[in-house]
Design a protein around this ligand. Structure first.
Ligand SMILES: NC(=O)c1ccc[n+]([C@@H]2O[C@H](COP(=O)([O-])OP(=O)(O)OC[C@H]3O[C@@H](n4cnc5c(N)ncnc54)[C@H](O)[C@@H]3O)[C@@H](O)[C@H]2O)c1
Ligand SMILES: *[C@@H]1O[C@H](CO)[C@@H](O)[C@H](O)[C@H]1NC(C)=O
Length: 384
């Protein structure tokens, strides 16, 4: 694919080449298949969840264009996606660019004949959002606004949006979609604001439809060991565990041992990233087959909480390594338990998570062991 070689310094050049190639690609694909494929734009498509979703989409028969500015991803992801897609790799293309760049987005949307957009592109660190709120509101809120404007201009009416359980703040578990939105940090606020914007857009123009997917705690990796989460100053439990096992941190700090849970440690709803990827395929099917849907939120989780100590134990079992940890005090802003009521997704999207905590740990470890520096080599910069 020519599209994947674009890492142009010059955007105008990018547009000249990207857009016609995109159209050509779409027509070729449409004409060689019995039924024309739906064409989906996936923003943030080289990221952790986006890449797994892209593969699930291609496997389900969709044609997929990935848009990513590489701010938190490597082009190597696209190479691996093509490899994993095998005979279907022609259904994948990549455009390098910023979702907030209207001069890029409008022509891309005009030319692509997209049936829907799945919008992953965002900044995602809660901790970082508290020191860089403007950066977070800019990418996550203004970026989404720009995307919505471009979609309106180009007549693309369907959106699947990556939201987060963060929008609920410290709600009482099990959390369903009627719980009030009370985010506790700029990241959570940015997701709630973006949801509000698209809800209002849909109210003003009912032909615009969106599904807001509120993820609980995605972990794990593709079972091939070729796709996973790029490690980087982790604050989430699973990446912290692997840092310790790889010897990059001496011990794991377990924050809070006196919560009202079975062993006193905090409980979260961990979800295999492949289950999450499949939820996007289910969401897309729902979106493309439900006129008059408006905007609707869905929790994506397993519906069960796992404590920190349970995750450590499961990881040790799955990896055969020990995870040295120390017990420490509670961390400000952490809830005791946060897990989903996933019933709405089950009933209306026909989706439920099926992979076990053991599979999450085994797949996460396979990816980490095979790619200790993620998509980078240890010499830095160059893909493995
Ligand atoms: N990983 C989680 O724990 C989690 C939980 C809840 C919600 N989410 C949301 O899911 C989405 C995907 O998360 P992820 O874990 O895959 O993160 P990620 O950082 O791996 O993926 C995001 C991708 O978007 C790209 N990107 C960032 N800003 C961009 C921009 N302006 N234009 C184009 N591309 C841009 C990055 O390069 C990256 O590849 C995000 O919206 C995130 O907020 C993630
Ligand atoms: C959602 O959760 C609240 C609080 O637990 C509960 O009162 C309400 O009945 C639940 N709604 C549905 C639709 O299950």
């Amino acid at each position: 694919m020519e599209l994947r070689t674009q890492s142009f310094g010059n955007r105008r050049l990018l547009l000249h080449i990207a857009v016609p190639t995109c159209v050509l690609l779409y027509h070729c694909l449409s004409s060689t298949l019995v039924t024309p494929q739906h064409h989906i734009l996936v923003t943030g498509g080289l990221g952790y969840i986006g890449s797994h979703t892209a593969l699930s989409l291609v496997e389900a028969g969709y044609a997929v264009t990935l848009l990513d500015d590489l701010s938190n991803a490597q082009e190597e992801v696209f190479v691996r996606l093509q490899e994993l897609a095998g005979g279907r790799s022609g259904a994948l293309s990549f455009v390098k660019g910023d979702v907030g760049d209207q001069d890029l987005l409008r022509p891309l949307l005009d030319a692509g004949a997209f049936d829907a957009v799945i919008h992953f592109a965002a900044k995602k660190s809660v901790a970082e959002s508290t020191v860089d709120p403007l950066g977070y509101y800019n990418t996550n809120v203004v970026g989404t606004l720009r995307l919505l404007e471009a979609m309106r201009g180009s007549g693309v009416r369907n959106l699947v949006f990556s939201s987060s359980a963060c929008v609920y703040g410290a709600a009482q578990a099990p959390i369903n979609e009627s719980a009030p939105l009370q985010p506790l940090n700029p990241y959570g606020h940015s997701k709630a604001m973006a949801e509000q914007v698209m809800t209002d857009v849909s109210a003003a123009d009912p032909s615009f439809r969106c599904l807001q997917l509120r993820y609980f705690n995605p972990v794990g990796a593709h079972p091939s060991g070729r796709l996973g989460e790029q490690p980087q100053q982790p604050t989430n439990l699973m990446p912290c565990i692997t840092e310790v096992v790889l010897g990059r941190r001496p011990t794991l700090q377990v924050h809070g041992t006196d919560y009202p849970t079975q062993d006193g440690t905090a409980q979260r709803d961990y979800l295999h990233v492949l289950d999450l990827a499949e939820a996007h395929v289910a969401a897309l099917r729902k979106l493309l087959s439900s006129p008059g849907l408006g905007c609707k939120a869905y929790n994506l989780g397993t519906g069960t909480g796992q404590t920190v100590l349970e995750v450590i134990k499961a990881f040790e079992m799955a990896s055969g390594r020990s995870v040295p940890y120390v017990l420490a005090g509670r961390r400000a802003g952490d809830a005791a338990a946060a897990y989903a009521s996933p019933l709405r997704a089950e009933e209306e999207l026909g989706w439920r998570a099926t992979r076990s905590l053991n599979q999450m740990c085994a797949d996460h470890w396979r990816w980490t062991e095979g790619n200790p520096s993620g998509y980078l080599t240890d010499s830095g910069g160059v893909p493995a």
